[in-house]
Design a protein around this ligand. Structure first.
Ligand SMILES: *[C@@H]1O[C@H](CO)[C@@H](O)[C@H](O)[C@H]1NC(C)=O
Length: 415
């Protein structure tokens, strides 16, 4: 018998799972869980995805296990819940599964995001886990104005956003699942190589190196670009699991339940098994998470570029208008200068790091306008969560770069 809970993390090795694992079983200090199982489609030895320097050390801990598995297969998902010899059933499930690539077709999103979440959720309900915490990325088109709280009606962004959102409805409809959802702003942090903020950071570093201003495609406007540190995503996922374990489903729904509206196209969901009918009300405890910086595109740009010693400017209106209509055709031109310079930086670095996972290439998704704002008042108020990194300060940015330099994935050009 163990006093501490045990946990499984599904998916997210390419997003937040590694930071969460390090939060649950830190390299130094006491573990929060008795044992931890992490499951994803990637191999970790040899690695078939970027792992960062810290995660292999977490995996080396005696109470941590990694398993490579295909989570689209129901029997495989069920087998993941079987406790090892002599261990209690798992207490908490962290569902970080789902396809985050923006350009995957609808069928892939249905298979890898929607179906996988349903399978894990249904099995977790059968096993009576005490908390099922689902991570939702900011795949929404937030409004530039408004309260940005959980009750606000936000539109999912494109195919990616629609199926991530549909997954929330499917999970909310599973009877007896102790579901709680964390909806995060734009994540950045050490060993995080997905999403636009880290990509932006690389490009800001390039302009700093060139001693030229970084020029932004979009007019300043309000353009909220709210961010959150990856260690706060991990901390909040844990805080929600503990909270749910304490209060239970009924109480959680009554104090934090939100309606998860139908946002799909009726014609598109007819043939998809498991979609909850449009007129069925789905409710789930939902919590936003973002830091206190309330960055806009302008202040995010200034924060990052000033850290690297570059300026930040906006193109004039004519360029913006052109960009609006022909962004697809301009991607290569926009990238030419900074990608070439980044290549120079990583090859002349001491030591050279030509194979780093960090890239200066801004793809169409990263070049598009994204408005992200999710007020985090509720998780602070209801759960009592305190941010570890309330602001994107120079110290926070320096910590990220220092860690990446130490593992040779960020150019070292100082001397
Ligand atoms: C995972 O399983 C599905 C369903 O059996 C199959 O279609 C897919 O190819 C498998 N993926 C891998 C990477 O093996």
């Amino acid at each position: 018998m163990s006093a501490k809970p045990s946990a499984i993390i599904f998916g997210g090795l390419n997003t937040n799972s590694r930071t969460l694992a390090a939060h649950l079983v830190p390299l130094e200090g006491e573990a929060l869980v008795s044992n931890l199982l992490i499951i994803d489609k990637y191999s970790v030895s040899p690695p078939t995805t970027y792992l960062g320097a810290e995660f292999p050390q977490v995996l080396a801990k005696p109470n941590v296990e990694y398993r490579q598995a295909n989570l689209t297969v129901p029997a495989t998902v069920a087998s993941c819940f079987e406790p090892s010899e002599g261990q209690e059933p798992f207490t908490f499930v962290f569902d970080l599964s789902g396809e985050v690539q923006w350009d995957r077709p609808e069928e892939v999103q249905i298979e890898r995001t929607f179906n996988v979440a349903r399978l894990i959720g249904e099995e977790a309900a059968r096993r009576n886990v005490k908390a099922y915490v689902r991570l939702q990325h900011p795949f929404y088109k937030c409004s530039e104005k408004g309260s940005h709280d959980e009750a606000e009606d936000v539109e999912p962004d494109d195919v990616l956003g629609r199926w991530w959102h549909e997954s929330l409805r499917a999970l909310a409809a599973i009877p007896n699942l102790n579901l709680v959802i964390l909806r995060s702003a734009l994540v950045y942090g050490p060993y995080v190589d997905f999403n636009n903020v880290m990509n932006f950071m690389v490009v800001a570093a390039v302009y700093g190196y060139m001693k030229q201003p970084m020029k932004c495609l979009w007019a300043p406007g309000k353009h909220p670009s709210h961010t959150v540190h990856s260690e706060d995503v991990a901390g909040a996922l844990w805080a929600l699991a503990e909270w749910m374990g304490r209060v239970g489903r009924t109480e959680a729904l009554s104090v934090a339940g939100e309606v998860i509206r139908f946002k799909n196209e009726k014609s598109k969901v007819k043939a998809v098994e498991g979609v909850v009918p449009a007129d069925t009300e789905c409710k789930a405890p939902l919590f936003n998470l973002e830091d206190d910086s309330e960055l806009t595109l302008a202040t995010l740009g200034e924060t990052m570029t000033s850290f690297f010693g570059a300026g930040f400017q906006f193109h004039n209106f004519v360029v913006n208008t052109t960009a609006k209509f022909k962004l697809e055709d301009m991607v290569e031109d926009i990238n030419e200068a900074h990608v070439e310079e980044w290549t120079r930086m990583i090859t002349t670095s001491n030591p050279p790091i030509p194979n780093t996972h960090y890239s200066a290439y801004m793809d169409l998704y990263n070049l598009r306008k994204h408005v992200v704002a999710f007020n985090a008042g509720k998780i602070k108020r209801v759960v009592g969560y305190k941010l570890r990194h309330p602001k994107m300060t120079n110290e926070v940015l320096k910590d990220i770069i220092d860690k990446l330099k130490a593992e040779n994935s960020w150019p070292n050009l100082d001397s």
